[in-house]
Write a protein that binds this ligand. Structure first.
Ligand code: ATP
Length: 699
């Protein structure tokens, strides 16, 4: 099951949750933009300031205030300079805003500049200004270098920026060193050392004691290699964590990163994969090169099956060449000519069966650490870890919760705790109580309740008899799992369900498997006995039974006719083979045996039910009335389970009574709410009556 990380409150240190705050590239864009605006501002500032009209200019000339007039670039504009002693008579004159242009003209005229020289002379003559005091138009050609340079630089700069932008995009913007296009062959591993730390320790990993010991030993090899090499021993090269999804493989690796006090490189198998050929191999080389520089250190490759899958023998397309090259490079790096002293590789996978055998041999991954689904005590410990951060009340019994969750992985348990918190929050509770946990377990096992699903009365009774059939048959069979509760409230995709508490066992016998199949057939058998016809509602059951029968015969060698033969291929190579490993005749035999087994289970279920028809009806009726019934209800009808077999039954009873308690509380709440609503309605009615009576008396 994919990890549901809501519960994991620590930020994920194996991902770049907290990127380093380095130089931001966008600063460059900002600086260029500011520089551009500033230049523009300074260069054009004067031309728009102190602009004068023709009349004002005439006035100045008449008064003889003008020192000189400069006509710029033939007829672009004219700059008017005032005599220093006359400046005081122009109080509106704005001071120059440009620090570069201290000797700026005082006024600018950009009106009609045709025959401007003659115009100035005429005005002065009119005022009878002596010729020697008259001013004459001076001309000047100016080149505006700033705008010229800018008009060149700007498009060039834009092109460069665009190019850099495209380059960055092409690099994929990935984490680590692999982000840029020129770094594409560089490893994407994230390094945890003194600067970047993981705050997960072994205390956060519950259970998994053996795995912890093995892993800690590996860390110890790195820290004190002399202790081992002095005796002639060699330090292991790697350890492979194998186990079902969500059992804490990545978590234990995070804890190593947190505790090892040596540099820790973390990456995932898919980080090697890129669409370009040869990149994977080059990334492996780069990873080992960097790791050797940092030795002693640990490399952790999560989901190694992405690259470590067995190399094919009879592939047609060759599409996997790139992956195989990557794997070959990994094989050589792990045990080749190069010396990897001080680098230990940890890897995790939940598909060890499909890994290449060369990868698994001693000398590469010397150790395989199996991380299995947690047992009862481990589950309790995991609950303890995850409940730590929650506000729970005193009603929570972790042992009971652990008993209720057989087959749950660590990730599932983390999810239960989180769901419980969400459910409690939805109810606006201040604390999370036992009921919230029960609801969370219900929800995770069965999915969300869908009371609004439209089901006809007839359908409802078919479902009730179907579920009662399961419950009855399983109750009366020696090896069937103990029942917890039966419900006909639709949840998820199921219309109803019978919940059992599976025994936690390591090996299973033929009888146990057959009894389970019979109990699964109980639903359909009940439908046939009561209604005389079967429905599509048993699809799930039939699928389960068929698969189980097939596994019993083909894999476990539990069929007398086929004998002690297993066609199971633990190496996973069968994915590539187009042929069955058995003849057509054997295939026929397998088909007929699977068929026989399923039919026998069905017949047995039918026989058991037809001998207990009255009890079946009673159970179904109760189920129709109450929607959910529990272990003790079934016991009340059928009596204690026969065969004196009580394995797991006590726990099932305990769990069941917990669920019953929860249901009773829900009922009580519903009744209370109903009462409250009724009372409120009564009060409203009496108030209305009163006000009506008052109105009548007024009339
Ligand atoms: P996958 O194979 O799918 O990657 P995994 O085995 O690597 O799964 P993790 O990612 O390690 O699983 O575990 C998922 C989450 O489950 C963890 O973040 C943690 O919250 C919880 N968890 C799993 N096992 C344990 C454990 N032993 N103790 C405490 N929490 C656990």
């Amino acid at each position: 099951m994919e990890n549901n990380n809501q519960q994991d409150k620590t930020p994920n240190p194996l991902r770049n949750d907290n990127p380093k705050k380095g130089f931001n590239f966008y600063w460059i864009y900002g600086i260029i933009a500011v520089a551009f605006i500033a230049l523009n501002f300074f260069s054009t500032g004067e031309a728009t300031e102190n602009l004068i009209q023709k009349g004002q200019l005439i006035d100045m000339l008449r008064k003889g205030d003008v020192e000189k007039i400069l006509l710029i670039n033939k007829d672009e504009y004219a700059e008017v300079y005032i005599k220093p002693d006359k400046i005081s008579s122009y109080p509106d004159l704005k001071p120059s805003s440009s620090p570069f242009k201290t000797a700026a003209p005082h006024f600018v005229y950009n009106g009609d500049l045709e025959k401007f020289g003659e115009f100035i002379t005429t005005i002065q003559k009119e005022q009878n200004i002596p010729e020697e005091s008259q001013i004459y138009l001076e001309r000047e050609n100016r080149v505006d270098y700033t705008s010229q340079i800018l008009s060149w630089l700007l498009p060039l700069g834009l092109i460069v920026l665009f190019w850099i932008f495209i380059m960055r995009r092409m690099g994929g913007g990935g984490a680590g060193g692999g982000g840029q296009i020129f770094n594409i062959g560089k490893s994407k591993a994230q390094l945890f050392d003194g600067k970047l730390k993981v705050n997960i320790t072994f205390d956060d990993v519950a259970g998994l004691d053996e795995a912890k010991v093995e892993i800690m030993e590996i860390v110890d090899f790195l820290k004190n290699p002399k202790k081992y090499t002095d005796l002639g021993g060699k330090i292991p090269k790697g350890a492979l964590l194998v186990g079902p999804p969500g059992t804490g493989k990545t978590l234990i690796a995070k804890a190593v990163a947190g505790e090892a006090k040596v540099p820790f490189f973390s990456l995932s198998g898919s980080d090697f994969v890129e669409m370009f050929v040869g990149v994977g191999a080059s990334r492996v080389r780069d990873l080992f090169k960097t790791a050797k520089e940092k030795a002693p250190c640990i490399i952790f490759i999560d989901e190694i099956d992405a690259i470590g899958r067995a190399r094919g023998k009879n592939q047609v397309t060759g599409a996997n060449d790139e992956r195989e090259n990557t794997l070959n490079q990994l094989l050589t790096e792990m045990d080749g000519f190069s010396n990897n002293q001080g680098v230990i590789i940890l890897a995790a996978t939940n598909r060890a069966d499909i890994l290449d055998r060369a990868l698994m041999r001693a000398g590469r991954f010397d150790r395989q650490i199996h991380v299995e689904l947690p047992d009862l005590t481990e589950r309790e410990a995991i609950f303890k870890v995850h409940v730590k951060g929650l506000k729970t009340d005193t009603s929570i019994n972790l042992n009971m919760l652990a008993k209720q969750t057989p087959g749950f992985s660590g990730a599932d348990i983390a999810n239960v705790c989180n769901e419980a918190a969400l459910i409690a929050a939805r109810k606006n509770s201040k604390e999370i109580n036992k009921q919230d946990f029960m609801d969370a377990i219900d929800r995770i096992i069965g999915g969300l309740e869908k009371r609004s699903k439209i089901i006809t009365m007839h359908e409802k009774s078919v479902i009730a008899y179907h579920e009662a059939g399961h419950a009855s048959v399983s109750w009366l069979l020696e090896h069937a799992n103990p029942l917890v509760k039966v419900t006909i409230v639709p949840r998820g995709r199921a219309l109803g369900a019978a919940w059992y508490l599976p025994e936690e066992r390591q090996i299973t016998t033929f009888d146990q498997m057959f009894d389970e199949m019979t109990a699964t057939m109980g639903g359909r058998a009940a439908e046939e006995l009561i209604f005389g016809r079967v429905s599509t509602g048993a699809l799930n059951d039939l699928e389960k039974v068929t698969k189980q029968a097939y596994a019993m015969i083909v894999y476990y060698g539990l069929d007398s006719k086929l004998g002690n033969i297993s066609y199971y291929d633990s190496s996973g190579q069968q994915e590539y083979s187009f042929q069955r490993p058995y003849s057509d005749k054997t295939a026929e035999l397998i088909d007929s045996e699977v068929h026989r087994l399923a039919e026998e289970a069905y017949l047995k279920a039918k026989t058991i039910l037809s001998e207990n028809m009255d009890k079946l009806r009673k159970l179904a009726e109760q189920l129709l009335n109450e929607e959910v019934i529990f272990n003790e209800d079934v016991e009340a009808i059928f009596g204690p389970r026969p065969f004196g077999k009580e394995t797991g039954s006590d726990t099932a009873k305990e769990v069941s009574s917990n669920f019953r308690e929860k249901r009773d509380k829900e009922k009580e709440n519903a009744v209370n709410e109903h009462k409250k609503a009724e009372e409120a309605a009564e009060i409203k009615l009496s108030e209305e009556n009163q006000s009506e009576a008052q109105n009548e008396s007024k009339d």
